[in-house]
Design a protein around this ligand. Structure first.
Ligand code: UD1
Length: 377
Protein backbone atom coordinates (compact mmCIF):
# COMPACT_ATOMS: atom_id res chain seq x y z
CA UNK A 1 0.00 0.00 0.00
CA UNK A 2 1.34 3.47 -0.87
CA UNK A 3 0.52 6.69 0.94
CA UNK A 4 0.77 10.22 -0.43
CA UNK A 5 2.54 12.66 1.88
CA UNK A 6 2.45 16.42 1.35
CA UNK A 7 5.80 17.73 2.55
CA UNK A 8 5.86 21.44 3.42
CA UNK A 9 8.78 23.87 3.14
CA UNK A 10 8.80 27.63 3.35
CA UNK A 11 11.93 29.11 4.84
CA UNK A 12 15.64 28.43 4.58
CA UNK A 13 16.05 26.18 7.64
CA UNK A 14 13.27 23.92 6.33
CA UNK A 15 15.21 22.96 3.22
CA UNK A 16 17.99 21.11 5.08
CA UNK A 17 15.36 19.16 7.02
CA UNK A 18 13.12 18.15 4.12
CA UNK A 19 15.97 17.03 1.81
CA UNK A 20 16.80 13.73 3.60
CA UNK A 21 13.10 13.03 4.25
CA UNK A 22 12.25 13.35 0.55
CA UNK A 23 15.21 11.12 -0.33
CA UNK A 24 14.21 8.50 2.25
CA UNK A 25 10.61 8.47 0.99
CA UNK A 26 11.85 8.06 -2.55
CA UNK A 27 14.04 5.13 -1.47
CA UNK A 28 11.23 3.53 0.51
CA UNK A 29 8.76 3.25 -2.36
CA UNK A 30 5.93 2.95 0.15
CA UNK A 31 5.42 6.68 0.62
CA UNK A 32 4.93 9.09 -2.27
CA UNK A 33 6.18 12.56 -1.42
CA UNK A 34 4.74 15.73 -2.96
CA UNK A 35 6.60 18.94 -2.14
CA UNK A 36 4.69 22.14 -1.36
CA UNK A 37 6.72 25.36 -1.08
CA UNK A 38 4.87 28.21 0.57
CA UNK A 39 7.23 30.82 -0.88
CA UNK A 40 8.00 32.37 2.54
CA UNK A 41 11.63 32.67 1.40
CA UNK A 42 12.05 33.54 -2.25
CA UNK A 43 15.41 35.33 -2.83
CA UNK A 44 17.76 33.25 -4.98
CA UNK A 45 20.35 33.23 -2.17
CA UNK A 46 17.81 32.19 0.47
CA UNK A 47 16.03 29.66 -1.71
CA UNK A 48 17.18 28.51 -5.19
CA UNK A 49 20.78 27.96 -4.11
CA UNK A 50 19.60 25.57 -1.38
CA UNK A 51 17.47 23.53 -3.75
CA UNK A 52 20.43 23.01 -6.07
CA UNK A 53 23.02 22.45 -3.29
CA UNK A 54 20.81 19.93 -1.54
CA UNK A 55 19.44 18.22 -4.64
CA UNK A 56 15.82 18.78 -3.58
CA UNK A 57 13.36 18.21 -6.43
CA UNK A 58 11.57 21.33 -7.69
CA UNK A 59 8.41 21.89 -5.64
CA UNK A 60 5.27 20.35 -7.16
CA UNK A 61 3.31 23.33 -5.88
CA UNK A 62 4.48 26.84 -4.98
CA UNK A 63 2.10 29.05 -3.02
CA UNK A 64 4.28 32.15 -3.61
CA UNK A 65 3.20 34.01 -0.49
CA UNK A 66 6.36 36.12 0.01
CA UNK A 67 6.96 38.42 2.98
CA UNK A 68 4.46 40.11 5.27
CA UNK A 69 3.61 40.61 8.93
CA UNK A 70 3.20 37.37 10.88
CA UNK A 71 -0.57 37.56 10.63
CA UNK A 72 -0.61 38.35 6.93
CA UNK A 73 2.00 35.74 6.05
CA UNK A 74 0.38 32.99 8.14
CA UNK A 75 -3.12 33.78 6.92
CA UNK A 76 -2.04 33.96 3.29
CA UNK A 77 -0.31 30.57 3.50
CA UNK A 78 -3.46 29.07 5.04
CA UNK A 79 -5.73 30.61 2.42
CA UNK A 80 -3.57 29.32 -0.45
CA UNK A 81 -2.85 25.91 1.08
CA UNK A 82 -6.49 24.91 1.67
CA UNK A 83 -7.44 24.30 -2.00
CA UNK A 84 -4.17 22.41 -2.52
CA UNK A 85 -5.05 20.08 0.33
CA UNK A 86 -8.56 19.56 -1.06
CA UNK A 87 -7.15 18.75 -4.47
CA UNK A 88 -4.29 16.49 -3.34
CA UNK A 89 -6.14 14.45 -0.66
CA UNK A 90 -2.91 13.22 1.00
CA UNK A 91 -2.68 10.56 3.70
CA UNK A 92 -0.74 13.05 5.86
CA UNK A 93 0.85 16.50 5.86
CA UNK A 94 4.46 16.56 7.06
CA UNK A 95 5.83 19.80 8.50
CA UNK A 96 9.31 20.52 9.83
CA UNK A 97 10.76 23.01 12.30
CA UNK A 98 9.09 26.10 13.69
CA UNK A 99 8.57 28.74 11.01
CA UNK A 100 5.31 30.41 10.03
CA UNK A 101 4.84 27.96 7.16
CA UNK A 102 4.97 25.09 9.68
CA UNK A 103 2.06 26.25 11.83
CA UNK A 104 0.03 27.63 8.91
CA UNK A 105 -0.07 24.33 6.99
CA UNK A 106 -0.43 22.22 10.14
CA UNK A 107 -3.47 24.23 11.16
CA UNK A 108 -5.20 23.89 7.80
CA UNK A 109 -4.58 20.12 7.74
CA UNK A 110 -5.66 19.50 11.34
CA UNK A 111 -8.98 21.30 10.82
CA UNK A 112 -9.65 19.18 7.73
CA UNK A 113 -8.97 15.96 9.61
CA UNK A 114 -5.74 15.23 7.71
CA UNK A 115 -3.05 13.79 10.03
CA UNK A 116 -0.19 16.18 10.78
CA UNK A 117 3.34 14.85 11.19
CA UNK A 118 5.80 17.18 12.92
CA UNK A 119 9.52 16.61 12.50
CA UNK A 120 11.62 18.39 15.16
CA UNK A 121 8.84 18.33 17.76
CA UNK A 122 9.14 19.15 21.45
CA UNK A 123 11.93 21.74 21.43
CA UNK A 124 11.16 24.54 23.89
CA UNK A 125 12.93 27.80 24.74
CA UNK A 126 10.12 28.64 27.20
CA UNK A 127 10.25 32.16 25.77
CA UNK A 128 6.88 33.05 24.32
CA UNK A 129 8.14 36.38 23.00
CA UNK A 130 9.81 34.34 20.24
CA UNK A 131 7.44 33.76 17.30
CA UNK A 132 9.04 30.35 16.74
CA UNK A 133 8.12 29.22 20.28
CA UNK A 134 4.44 29.94 19.59
CA UNK A 135 4.75 28.03 16.32
CA UNK A 136 6.37 25.05 18.10
CA UNK A 137 3.83 24.78 20.91
CA UNK A 138 0.81 25.11 18.63
CA UNK A 139 2.11 22.78 15.92
CA UNK A 140 2.85 20.08 18.48
CA UNK A 141 -0.63 20.43 19.98
CA UNK A 142 -2.32 19.62 16.66
CA UNK A 143 0.11 16.98 15.40
CA UNK A 144 -0.77 13.29 15.31
CA UNK A 145 2.76 12.01 15.06
CA UNK A 146 5.70 13.83 16.63
CA UNK A 147 9.35 13.08 15.87
CA UNK A 148 11.92 14.49 18.28
CA UNK A 149 15.62 15.24 17.82
CA UNK A 150 16.60 14.62 21.44
CA UNK A 151 15.30 12.37 24.22
CA UNK A 152 14.36 15.14 26.66
CA UNK A 153 11.94 16.75 24.19
CA UNK A 154 9.48 14.00 25.13
CA UNK A 155 9.16 15.48 28.63
CA UNK A 156 8.23 18.87 27.21
CA UNK A 157 5.50 17.24 25.13
CA UNK A 158 4.15 15.05 27.94
CA UNK A 159 3.92 18.14 30.17
CA UNK A 160 1.74 19.76 27.51
CA UNK A 161 -0.60 16.76 27.44
CA UNK A 162 0.61 15.04 24.26
CA UNK A 163 0.02 11.26 24.26
CA UNK A 164 3.18 9.26 24.89
CA UNK A 165 2.53 6.89 21.97
CA UNK A 166 2.41 9.79 19.50
CA UNK A 167 6.02 10.73 20.30
CA UNK A 168 8.97 9.06 18.57
CA UNK A 169 12.62 9.84 19.26
CA UNK A 170 14.17 9.66 15.79
CA UNK A 171 17.23 11.92 15.85
CA UNK A 172 18.17 14.99 13.87
CA UNK A 173 17.44 15.17 10.13
CA UNK A 174 19.49 18.37 9.83
CA UNK A 175 22.53 16.29 10.77
CA UNK A 176 21.61 13.68 8.13
CA UNK A 177 22.03 16.48 5.60
CA UNK A 178 25.30 17.63 7.14
CA UNK A 179 26.80 14.11 6.98
CA UNK A 180 25.63 13.61 3.43
CA UNK A 181 27.10 16.86 2.11
CA UNK A 182 30.25 17.28 4.19
CA UNK A 183 32.50 15.77 1.50
CA UNK A 184 31.25 18.44 -0.94
CA UNK A 185 31.56 21.42 1.45
CA UNK A 186 33.27 24.38 -0.22
CA UNK A 187 36.58 25.08 1.59
CA UNK A 188 36.62 28.54 3.21
CA UNK A 189 39.84 29.36 1.32
CA UNK A 190 37.99 28.84 -1.98
CA UNK A 191 35.06 31.00 -0.86
CA UNK A 192 37.36 33.79 0.32
CA UNK A 193 39.34 33.91 -2.89
CA UNK A 194 36.12 33.88 -4.94
CA UNK A 195 34.81 36.96 -3.13
CA UNK A 196 38.20 38.73 -3.16
CA UNK A 197 38.62 38.75 0.64
CA UNK A 198 41.32 40.93 2.23
CA UNK A 199 44.77 39.36 2.74
CA UNK A 200 44.13 38.77 6.48
CA UNK A 201 41.57 36.17 5.50
CA UNK A 202 43.26 33.12 4.07
CA UNK A 203 40.59 30.61 5.03
CA UNK A 204 43.14 28.45 6.85
CA UNK A 205 41.23 26.25 9.32
CA UNK A 206 40.90 28.04 12.67
CA UNK A 207 42.08 31.43 11.37
CA UNK A 208 38.73 33.24 11.54
CA UNK A 209 35.42 33.25 13.43
CA UNK A 210 32.00 33.00 11.76
CA UNK A 211 29.02 35.15 12.64
CA UNK A 212 25.31 35.20 11.78
CA UNK A 213 22.49 37.30 13.20
CA UNK A 214 18.86 37.48 12.15
CA UNK A 215 16.56 37.18 15.20
CA UNK A 216 14.18 40.14 15.45
CA UNK A 217 15.12 40.45 19.16
CA UNK A 218 18.76 41.09 18.17
CA UNK A 219 18.47 43.09 15.00
CA UNK A 220 15.19 45.00 15.02
CA UNK A 221 16.11 47.67 17.57
CA UNK A 222 19.08 49.99 17.32
CA UNK A 223 19.62 49.94 21.10
CA UNK A 224 20.42 46.20 20.94
CA UNK A 225 22.08 46.03 17.55
CA UNK A 226 24.54 48.93 17.94
CA UNK A 227 26.35 47.68 21.11
CA UNK A 228 26.38 44.16 19.69
CA UNK A 229 28.07 45.32 16.49
CA UNK A 230 30.50 47.47 18.53
CA UNK A 231 31.50 44.41 20.56
CA UNK A 232 31.91 42.38 17.39
CA UNK A 233 34.11 45.07 15.86
CA UNK A 234 36.33 44.89 18.99
CA UNK A 235 36.50 41.10 18.73
CA UNK A 236 37.59 41.38 15.09
CA UNK A 237 40.86 42.94 16.33
CA UNK A 238 41.71 39.57 17.91
CA UNK A 239 40.39 37.32 15.15
CA UNK A 240 38.97 38.18 11.71
CA UNK A 241 35.20 37.78 11.39
CA UNK A 242 33.17 36.47 8.48
CA UNK A 243 29.56 37.66 8.50
CA UNK A 244 27.03 36.42 5.90
CA UNK A 245 24.15 38.91 6.16
CA UNK A 246 20.50 37.83 6.28
CA UNK A 247 18.32 40.28 4.26
CA UNK A 248 16.49 41.37 7.42
CA UNK A 249 19.77 42.16 9.17
CA UNK A 250 21.20 44.03 6.21
CA UNK A 251 18.02 46.11 6.07
CA UNK A 252 18.25 47.04 9.78
CA UNK A 253 21.98 47.84 9.68
CA UNK A 254 21.36 50.16 6.74
CA UNK A 255 18.24 51.69 8.31
CA UNK A 256 20.12 52.50 11.55
CA UNK A 257 23.21 53.75 9.67
CA UNK A 258 25.46 51.14 11.35
CA UNK A 259 27.40 49.94 8.28
CA UNK A 260 30.46 52.12 9.14
CA UNK A 261 30.91 50.02 12.32
CA UNK A 262 31.62 47.02 10.12
CA UNK A 263 33.99 48.71 7.68
CA UNK A 264 37.24 46.95 8.46
CA UNK A 265 39.65 44.70 6.62
CA UNK A 266 39.11 42.23 9.47
CA UNK A 267 35.37 41.88 8.93
CA UNK A 268 34.21 40.18 5.77
CA UNK A 269 30.56 40.90 5.00
CA UNK A 270 29.00 38.42 2.61
CA UNK A 271 25.54 37.91 1.09
CA UNK A 272 23.59 34.88 2.41
CA UNK A 273 25.61 31.79 1.46
CA UNK A 274 24.49 28.56 -0.12
CA UNK A 275 24.47 25.38 1.95
CA UNK A 276 27.81 24.00 0.77
CA UNK A 277 29.62 27.31 1.26
CA UNK A 278 28.12 27.75 4.71
CA UNK A 279 29.11 24.21 5.66
CA UNK A 280 32.73 24.86 4.63
CA UNK A 281 32.72 28.18 6.48
CA UNK A 282 31.41 26.56 9.66
CA UNK A 283 33.64 23.52 9.57
CA UNK A 284 36.86 25.58 9.30
CA UNK A 285 35.95 28.35 11.77
CA UNK A 286 37.84 28.68 15.05
CA UNK A 287 34.41 29.32 16.60
CA UNK A 288 30.99 30.65 15.58
CA UNK A 289 28.77 33.38 17.04
CA UNK A 290 25.12 33.11 16.10
CA UNK A 291 21.46 33.43 17.05
CA UNK A 292 20.39 30.70 14.61
CA UNK A 293 18.90 27.41 15.79
CA UNK A 294 20.41 25.36 12.98
CA UNK A 295 23.95 26.61 13.52
CA UNK A 296 23.83 25.69 17.21
CA UNK A 297 23.24 22.11 16.06
CA UNK A 298 25.64 22.11 13.13
CA UNK A 299 28.54 23.44 15.23
CA UNK A 300 27.89 20.72 17.80
CA UNK A 301 27.92 18.08 15.05
CA UNK A 302 31.20 19.51 13.66
CA UNK A 303 32.89 19.99 17.06
CA UNK A 304 33.25 23.76 16.51
CA UNK A 305 32.70 25.96 19.61
CA UNK A 306 29.53 28.07 19.36
CA UNK A 307 28.61 31.23 21.28
CA UNK A 308 24.87 31.75 21.06
CA UNK A 309 23.84 35.40 21.13
CA UNK A 310 20.53 34.76 22.89
CA UNK A 311 19.34 34.53 26.50
CA UNK A 312 17.79 31.11 26.01
CA UNK A 313 17.75 28.22 23.60
CA UNK A 314 15.29 25.49 22.69
CA UNK A 315 18.29 23.32 21.77
CA UNK A 316 19.42 22.50 25.31
CA UNK A 317 21.29 19.44 24.20
CA UNK A 318 23.84 21.56 22.35
CA UNK A 319 24.72 23.16 25.70
CA UNK A 320 24.58 20.00 27.82
CA UNK A 321 26.41 17.72 25.41
CA UNK A 322 27.64 19.82 22.50
CA UNK A 323 29.91 22.78 21.89
CA UNK A 324 27.40 25.54 22.58
CA UNK A 325 27.53 28.29 25.24
CA UNK A 326 24.70 30.78 25.81
CA UNK A 327 26.14 34.27 26.10
CA UNK A 328 23.13 36.54 25.55
CA UNK A 329 23.90 39.94 24.04
CA UNK A 330 25.94 41.48 26.85
CA UNK A 331 29.07 42.85 25.17
CA UNK A 332 31.29 42.28 28.21
CA UNK A 333 30.30 38.63 28.55
CA UNK A 334 30.73 38.08 24.83
CA UNK A 335 34.27 39.49 24.82
CA UNK A 336 35.29 37.35 27.81
CA UNK A 337 33.85 34.15 26.28
CA UNK A 338 35.76 34.89 23.07
CA UNK A 339 38.98 35.39 25.04
CA UNK A 340 38.39 32.07 26.77
CA UNK A 341 38.07 30.26 23.45
CA UNK A 342 41.13 32.01 22.01
CA UNK A 343 43.23 31.08 25.02
CA UNK A 344 41.91 27.60 25.81
CA UNK A 345 40.22 26.29 22.65
CA UNK A 346 36.59 26.27 23.87
CA UNK A 347 34.15 23.43 24.44
CA UNK A 348 34.88 20.17 22.65
CA UNK A 349 31.51 18.48 23.28
CA UNK A 350 30.28 15.12 22.06
CA UNK A 351 27.80 14.08 19.39
CA UNK A 352 24.25 13.65 20.78
CA UNK A 353 22.45 10.31 20.49
CA UNK A 354 20.93 9.60 17.05
CA UNK A 355 22.66 12.56 15.40
CA UNK A 356 24.10 9.84 13.23
CA UNK A 357 22.91 10.53 9.69
CA UNK A 358 20.02 8.03 9.81
CA UNK A 359 17.17 10.05 11.34
CA UNK A 360 15.17 10.39 8.10
CA UNK A 361 15.22 6.63 7.54
CA UNK A 362 13.84 6.04 11.05
CA UNK A 363 11.13 8.65 10.52
CA UNK A 364 9.99 7.31 7.16
CA UNK A 365 9.86 3.75 8.51
CA UNK A 366 7.73 4.76 11.53
CA UNK A 367 5.49 6.99 9.42
CA UNK A 368 4.84 4.22 6.89
CA UNK A 369 4.01 1.73 9.64
CA UNK A 370 1.72 4.21 11.36
CA UNK A 371 -0.19 4.96 8.15
CA UNK A 372 -0.53 1.23 7.39
CA UNK A 373 -2.00 0.61 10.84
CA UNK A 374 -4.46 3.49 10.40
CA UNK A 375 -5.52 2.25 6.97
CA UNK A 376 -6.38 -1.20 8.35
CA UNK A 377 -8.55 0.11 11.17
C1 UD1 B 1 12.29 32.99 9.22
C2 UD1 B 1 11.78 32.16 10.41
C3 UD1 B 1 12.96 31.91 11.38
C4 UD1 B 1 14.15 31.32 10.66
C5 UD1 B 1 14.53 32.24 9.50
C6 UD1 B 1 15.72 31.77 8.72
C7 UD1 B 1 9.45 32.58 11.09
C8 UD1 B 1 8.60 33.15 12.15
N1 UD1 B 1 10.77 32.86 11.16
O1 UD1 B 1 12.70 34.26 9.73
O2 UD1 B 1 12.53 31.01 12.37
O3 UD1 B 1 15.23 31.19 11.56
O4 UD1 B 1 13.39 32.32 8.63
O5 UD1 B 1 16.04 32.75 7.77
O6 UD1 B 1 8.96 31.88 10.24
N2 UD1 B 1 13.45 38.48 3.14
C9 UD1 B 1 13.98 38.70 1.90
N3 UD1 B 1 14.07 37.63 1.04
C10 UD1 B 1 13.68 36.38 1.39
C11 UD1 B 1 13.13 36.18 2.67
C12 UD1 B 1 13.04 37.24 3.54
O7 UD1 B 1 14.35 39.78 1.54
O8 UD1 B 1 13.81 35.46 0.57
C13 UD1 B 1 13.36 39.62 4.07
C14 UD1 B 1 12.04 40.34 3.98
O9 UD1 B 1 12.27 41.68 4.21
C15 UD1 B 1 11.26 39.77 5.12
C16 UD1 B 1 12.34 39.52 6.16
O10 UD1 B 1 13.49 39.14 5.39
O11 UD1 B 1 10.25 40.62 5.57
C17 UD1 B 1 12.00 38.45 7.13
O12 UD1 B 1 11.60 37.26 6.45
P1 UD1 B 1 10.59 36.22 7.16
O13 UD1 B 1 10.39 35.03 6.32
O14 UD1 B 1 9.39 36.94 7.64
O15 UD1 B 1 11.37 35.82 8.47
P2 UD1 B 1 12.91 35.49 8.77
O16 UD1 B 1 13.46 36.59 9.59
O17 UD1 B 1 13.67 35.08 7.55
Amino acid sequence: MTHKILCIVGARPNFMKIAPLMAAMEGNGHLVARLVHTGQHYDAAMNDQFFSDLGIPAPHINLEVGSGSHAVQTAEIMRRFEPVLDEEQPAAVLVVGDVNSTIACALVAAKKGVPVVHVEAGLRSFDRTMPEEINRVLTDQISHLLFTTERLARNNLLREGIADEAIHFAGNVMIDTLHHHLPRAVPASELFSRVGAPADLTGQPGSYAGLTLHRPSNVDSESTLRPLLEALRDISRDIPLVFPLHPRTRGRIEQFGLMPLLESTRILILPPLGYLEMLGLTRNARFFMTDSGGLQEETTALGVPCLTLRDNTEREITIDEGTNTLVGTDAHRLRSEVQLILSSGGKAGRIPEYWDGHAAKRIVQSLGDWLDRRAFH
